[in-house]
Design a protein around this ligand. Structure first.
Ligand SMILES: C[S@@+](CC[C@H](N)C(=O)[O-])C[C@H]1O[C@@H](n2cnc3c(N)ncnc32)[C@H](O)[C@@H]1O
Length: 276
């Protein structure tokens, strides 16, 4: 499928494991933004690019038995993983395998959410148009996404800087924007949303699995980075060893990339998408 080549991170089971780590690390910040957006029992919610469903499950817990929650992703492997988890929790989530480019819902949800999806799409404006169409008038669109260039780490590490450089270059080589975070408010305004609100989250860690995100992500982009001719197996292995050394130092810190959290409200009137 033509667009699949834009996604730079390994999918399937191994990708799902990484998403679970990221899910646990980001859970408090993501729940907070959904709370600010008014997520409540009884709501109908769509999670686009839901991956292994970590946030879809959290959303379903809040929406409860009177709500309806749908998770859509193009990757059958991560969806199977998500379904196993939600079945085990007894949560009636509707999982759908589809590409965002084929999502054509109209006025169907109270809240439409996408975390870490737009930075993987060559046409994030088209995705936002679909999200705005899917949400009901006065419903909320919530997006969270990264600026990969903004991390905190100490002590300074050439391996960490090279990881950020490789992630950025691999995304750009595939025609996507790993630095999309600061553009998100403007993209939501251009899509016709009102009352656009922005916040930034950047969890930072001295210990625990939050400190492994950079190394695990490097391992999961390795095939894409090598296929783009940006690096080789020897360099990936050396960087992974150096990042593991940085993690193991009890005095060091590492953050996730800066995450922009943006909420917009669909107006009552027809969407004004003149700027799109
Ligand atoms: C970085 S993951 C984020 C997953 C989840 N939202 C989370 O925060 O844990 C991005 C997800 O978007 C999916 N994805 C990427 N491009 C897509 C597209 N064009 N259509 C549907 N899903 C897509 C990938 O399969 C992957 O599961």
């Amino acid at each position: 499928m033509a667009n699949e080549s834009h996604y730079i991170i390994r999918g399937g089971e191994s990708g799902a494991e990484r998403l679970h780590v990221l899910g646990r690390v980001m859970r408090p910040a993501s729940l907070a933004v959904l709370g600010r957006a008014g997520l409540a029992p009884g709501m109908d919610v769509l999670d686009l690019g839901c991956g292994s469903g970590d946030m879809t499950v959290e959303i379903a817990r809040v929406a409860g038995s009177t709500g309806r929650v749908v998770g859509i992703d193009m990757d059958a492997g991560v969806l199977a993983h998500a379904k196993r988890d939600s079945d085990a929790c007894g949560l009636p989530i509707e999982w759908r395998q589809a590409r965002i480019e084929d999502v054509d819902e109209t006025d169907s949800f109270d809240l439409v959410y996408a975390r870490f999806l737009l930075s993987h799409l060559p046409d994030p404006r088209d995705a936002l148009r679909r999200m705005c169409r899917a949400v009901r008038p006065l419903g909320r669109v919530v997006v969270e996404d990264i600026d990969i260039s903004a991390h905190v780490h100490w002590p300074p590490s050439a391996a960490f800087r090279r990881y950020v450089e490789l992630y950025t270059a691999t995304g750009r080589a595939r025609g996507v924007d790993p630095g999309i975070g600061p553009r998100l408010p403007a993209l939501l305004i251009d899509a016709g949303l009102e009352a656009v609100d922005v916040a930034v989250s950047m969890p930072v860690f001295r210990q625990g699995e939050g400190k492994t995100v950079a190394r695990i992500t490097l391992s999961n982009i390795a095939e894409s980075a090598m296929a783009s001719g940006l690096t080789c197996r020897e360099e990936i292995d050396r960087l992974a060893r150096e990042l593991a050394g940085h993690e193991a130092d009890p005095r060091s810190i590492q953050s996730t990339a800066q995450v922009f959290q943006v909420i917009g409200r669909r107006p009552l009137k027809e969407l004004d998408t003149a700027g799109v």
